[in-house]
Design a protein around this ligand. Structure first.
Ligand code: HEM
Length: 413
């Protein structure tokens, strides 16, 4: 018999702010303290949720999706702020409908399907670096970390490369509102960005209906879920989610990594010292940066989480970065160590909702770091640079000003 929920909450109460204005490291320090003192705690803030901190508790909850938990609403505050009318497809749907979506989507993001994109990604990276390499300085997020995943997304969807700038602006507003503004102003800006994006996506859908190609847009238009084609509303929700999921995350890993390399330049060199180090180094950076925070809701009468019995309706918050810094599995967890013994990190989640874009993301990171290192083998944070970090739906960093010996543009064939 589950304990009375009010008593359970009170006994484990420790408020938590998923949108705190602290730095990512300060936030991780707080999560580490909670892990030691109250590894599963209840927070009134965030519309009431349980906060997990241990690798085992987080992986166990994510693994039990469809078996005691569902993923709606999948937002730290339990609100649907992205502008979708209903549960976001596919991240907030579960069961058979979700399985059918993944059956359609998984082959479109398989290793075999994304590998041929490599030359295109190298070309996109080269063009972006060309724009600033002669200056010997840039604001790395705006110049590279933000536009690069956007360019990749447009390529895989088959949408015009020239739409990159407005796409990125909308995504940034949806995720972070208006920096420095209040909640009301931010939500109004989100609603406006959502409606502009909707008009844009509906145009792309109409284009592909008239002119089918071998791209993700066309394949999804042709797919049948539950015996029928998707409506424009469903297509919009799905494409919107892919944009939000694919852009901000890759950007965050690149930007957080560049702040790290700016502070510890020996790591930037060490990553390329030996070809064997490169891919494990990317995994270590994914472990260390882990920007996503899935949330699950209990659907069984009672489920066990970290030794507690939680009843139906309770929301559980799973900051993946906390799992990835659990000293139980990662000694000296805040240090970036490229040759750590391999313990699979949770940056891409786990279970049925594990990241659809995992192969694409790894390819993007490989190409991005490789091309950046080839053109900018050494750099430092600009004097006085103060990268600004944010938490929320996806943790990240802005204003990463760097300086480096100027290089030259690549000759165009
Ligand atoms: C480093 C980059 C990335 C990271 C760290 C990341 C992380 C994640 C995580 C943790 C989840 C699971 C969330 C949950 O369980 O609630 C997820 C799901 C998802 N990701 Fe990624 N992601 C990345 C890149 C991408 C890219 C490039 C795409 C491409 C479109 C993408 C598309 C998706 C989609 C569609 C889902 C939902 C899957 C589902 O609900 O079945 N992600 N991602």
């Amino acid at each position: 018999m589950a304990q009375d929920i009010a008593e359970l909450r009170a006994a484990h109460r420790r408020d938590y702010d998923p949108y705190a204005t602290s730095s990512i490291q300060e936030h991780l320090d707080e999560l580490a303290e909670r892990r030691r003192e109250e590894p599963v705690s209840w927070s009134q803030r965030g519309n009431g949720c349980w906060v997990l901190t241990r690798y085992d508790d987080i992986s166990s909850v994510l693994r039990r999706n469809n078996r005691g938990f569902v993923s709606f609403p999948n937002d730290p505050d339990g609100l649907n702020v992205q502008g979708a009318r209903d549960a976001l497809i596919p991240i907030e749907i579960d069961g058979e409908r979700h399985r059918q979506f993944r059956r359609v989507l998984d082959p479109l993001f398989s290793p075999a399907r994304v590998a041929p994109l490599e030359p295109l990604l190298r070309e996109a990276a080269t063009r972006l670096i060309d724009e600033f390499v002669e200056d010997g300085r840039c604001e790395f997020v705006e110049a590279f970390a933000m536009p690069f995943p956007g360019a990749t997304f447009l390529a895989i969807m088959g949408w015009p490369a020239g739409d990159l700038h407005r796409l990125n602006r909308w995504v940034a507003t949806m995720h972070h509102g208006v920096p420095g503004a209040g909640e009301e102003e931010s939500n109004a800006a989100r609603a406006q960005a959502g409606s502009q994006m909707r008009d844009y996506v509906v145009e792309r859908i109409a284009e592909r209906r008239a002119d089918p190609r071998d791209d993700v847009t066309t394949h999804v238009l042709d797919a049948e879920i539950e015996g029928r084609r998707l409506t424009d509303d469903e297509l919009f929700d799905l494409f919107l989610l892919m944009m939000l999921a694919g852009l901000d995350t890759v950007q965050s890993v690149l930007a957080q990594s560049f702040v790290l390399f700016g502070r510890q330049p020996e790591l930037w060199s060490a990553m390329f010292a030996d070809p064997q180090t490169f891919e494990p180094a990317i995994e270590e950076l994914l472990r260390w940066t882990a920007p996503a925070i899935p949330t699950r809701t209990v659907t069984d009468d009672v489920v066990e989480v970290g030794g507690l019995e939680l009843p139906r309706g309770e929301r559980v918050h799973a900051p993946l970065a906390a799992a990835n810094r659990d000293p139980e599995y990662y000694p000296d967890p805040d240090a970036v160590v490229f040759d750590r013994p391999a313990k699979p990190h949770l940056a891409f989640g786990m279970g049925t909702h594990r990241c659809l874009g995992v192969h694409l993301a790894r390819l993007e990171l490989r190409v991005a770091f490789d091309e950046l290192h080839r053109r900018i083998p050494a750099f430092a944070l600009a004097p006085g640079a103060a990268p600004a970090e944010h938490l929320g739906l996806s943790w990240g960093v802005e204003d990463v000003r760097i300086e480096f010996p100027p290089g030259s543009r690549e000759p165009r064939s």
